[in-house]
Ligand binder design. Structure first.
Ligand code: NAD
Length: 242
């Protein structure tokens, strides 16, 4: 049966790979992004070529009201979502004391507040049907913490707590909520690494390399296909890095 899947941050990286994964499963993908409209259109085309259906939804999720607009656009095109992959996120690498209140606010709006708003808007549509699945893409840094990425790690730790809390609240309603916590995945988010830093990082990872977006998407797919009893889990995916 075709499922209706909302994926945020679908224009590139892990979100794009997730969109293609569900496309190959012939699902209906509501692909959400905002900074790269052409890339988002290309992702939708690739989903259709893979046998799925797709629509592009352009929204800056950091804006109030965006989550409801995304859900309404998804309902108009496909119907209420069966699955939400809340993946949109930004990183910030800096010394803690070099941050500003404005930068902190922007990071939290994108990484945490928008995920809360998206989940709330989705849950409202899932509750009447007594079924649904939500996956937050957090980070191993949300478990371990990370030097030079304190605010990012804090936003991801909060997402992990959100997943666990919602899982408890929503289990009686047939809605499973989990978090996928990737280690280092080879996407544009890590494009800022110099060759030397990248080599050092890969040396630290027992698997010897970063994960690929396709591997992360496959893992997301497995979690979303698991028995509903898998809920409230924060699942590291890091090649034994942490
Ligand atoms: P990426 O930068 O390639 O993609 C991020 C996506 O989020 C983009 O599509 C971007 O347009 C979207 N986005 C950002 N701000 C948005 C906003 N305000 N509204 C709508 N969309 C927005 O990064 P990625 O590596 O694919 O990261 C995906 C997720 O995985 C992020 O949440 C990231 O924190 C997490 N993650 C990544 C890594 C890694 O090493 N790449 C590791 C752990 C966790």
């Amino acid at each position: 049966m075709k499922r209706i899947v909302i994926i945020t941050g679908a224009s590139r990286g892990i979100g794009r790979a997730c969109a293609l994964y569900f496309g190959r499963r012939k699902d209906c993908v509501a692909a959400v992004g905002f900074r790269h409209p052409e890339a988002l259109s290309e992702v939708c085309e690739a989903v259709r070529e893979a046998g799925g259906e797709a629509c592009a939804i352009l929204e800056d999720l950091a804006q109030p009201g965006a989550a409801e607009r995304v859900l309404r656009a998804c309902e108009e095109r496909f119907g209420a979502p069966d699955i939400l992959v809340s993946n949109a996120g930004v990183s910030a690498v800096r010394l803690f004391q070099d941050g500003t209140d404005e930068a902190t606010e922007a990071l939290m709006e994108t990484n945490l507040t928008s995920a809360i708003r998206m989940a709330r808007a989705a849950v409202k549509r899932m509750l009447p049907r007594h079924e649904g699945r939500i996956l937050f893409v957090s980070s191993v840094f949300g478990i371990t913490g990370a030097s030079m990425e304190a605010e990012y790690a804090a936003s991801k730790g909060a997402l992990n707590a959100l997943a666990k809390s919602l899982a408890k609240e929503l289990a009686p309603s047939g809605i499973a909520v989990n978090a996928l916590a990737p280690g280092a995945i080879d996407t544009d988010m890590n494009a800022c690494l110099s060759e030397e830093d990248r080599a050092l990082l890969e040396e630290e990872i027992p698997f010897g390399r970063m994960g690929t977006p396709e591997e992360a998407a496959e893992m997301a797919g497995l979690i979303l296909d698991a028995p509903l009893y898998l809920t409230g889990a924060v699942i590291p995916f890091d090649g034994a890095w942490t």
